[in-house]
Write a protein that binds this ligand. Structure first.
Ligand SMILES: O=C(O)CCC(=O)C(=O)O
Length: 267
């Protein structure tokens, strides 16, 4: 079993992010890289930064042909245990987004807070961002503003009317200190965990090396995935269908008693 150390749990609580010592094996990474290539081949009309719900196999109802390999990754008991160490014993998988930034022309991810986009109340989520390729300052690794999650405050966002962004909602200029940013450089198989309130973003990829991370989204089952909510009203830059998004209870019980684990699943 994989677990976070006490120091890793403490760092996540204090800073809003952590890079666990745990990592996937080289063989697992190689298999996932193959699954990524298949995913890209299956979705020639989708920007590779916008492979939303890639874990929902076949036509996923959100414009992407997803793959079982990413559902298997999201359900990996070791990753779920790491996440459980920071969100508790009742864990729901509610999303998976493959952010693949092609060499030379990979889109920027503007500074944002995830919670601004999502219909989860009370707002809570831990994202495990799993690197399938080297993720470095040069090719646009994830960047975080440490401690920006503290207090659980959502700041106002602006809509960017640009085609060259992974997401279209961004923090207004001057609302945080960008000079405090930390680059989360990762090797393939490493991952970072981050909190739903933490301010983060990523530069465009102008390098000669592709950069791919699989963002796995988990919420504690004390929260509800409110299917009628659409917080950014279609202005996220990524087509989503929260009303039909499947949920998986991966650990424990649905403490809220209100989450629906039937919707969106094929029988
Ligand atoms: O990988 C990226 O560029 C953005 C990822 C992100 O914003 C997230 O996982 O919440």
């Amino acid at each position: 079993m994989a677990h976070l150390s006490a120091a890793e749990v403490e760092q996540y609580a204090r800073e809003g992010w952590v890079i666990p010592a745990f990592r996937l094996s080289a063989a697992r990474v190689a298999a996932l890289q193959g699954a990524l290539d298949d995913l890209l081949r299956q979705n020639p009309g989708v920007r590779p930064e916008k492979l939303v719900s890639a874990h929902v196999e076949g036509d996923n109802g959100e414009g992407v042909r997803g793959s079982r390999a990413f559902l298997d990754l999201a359900r990996d008991p070791e990753i779920v245990d790491l996440v459980s160490d920071v969100i508790g014993d009742d864990v729901i998988l509610w999303g998976c987004h493959v952010f693949c930034k092609p060499a030379a022309e990979g889109y920027e991810t503007p500074w944002h807070q995830d919670g601004h986009y999502w219909p989860i109340r009370p707002l809570a989520t831990c994202t495990a961002w799993v690197a399938l390729e080297p993720s470095t300052r040069e090719n646009g690794c994830l960047r975080v503003i440490p401690r920006s999650h503290a207090g659980g405050v959502l700041h106002p966002h602006l809509t960017e009317d640009r085609q060259d962004l992974t997401l279209n909602q961004r923090m207004a200029d001057g609302t945080f200190d960008e000079s405090a940013a930390v680059d989360l450089e990762l090797e393939p198989g490493q991952m970072s965990l981050h909190d739903v309130y933490m301010i983060h973003g990523a530069a465009a990829n102008r390098s000669q090396r592709r950069r791919t991370g699989v963002a796995l989204r988990y919420m504690p089952a004390t929260s509800v995935f409110e299917r009628d909510l659409n917080p950014v009203d279609g202005k996220s830059g990524v087509p989503v269908n929260f009303a039909r998004r499947p949920l998986w209870l991966l650990k424990g019980v649905d403490r809220s008693g209100r989450n629906d684990f039937e919707i969106g699943h094929r029988r």
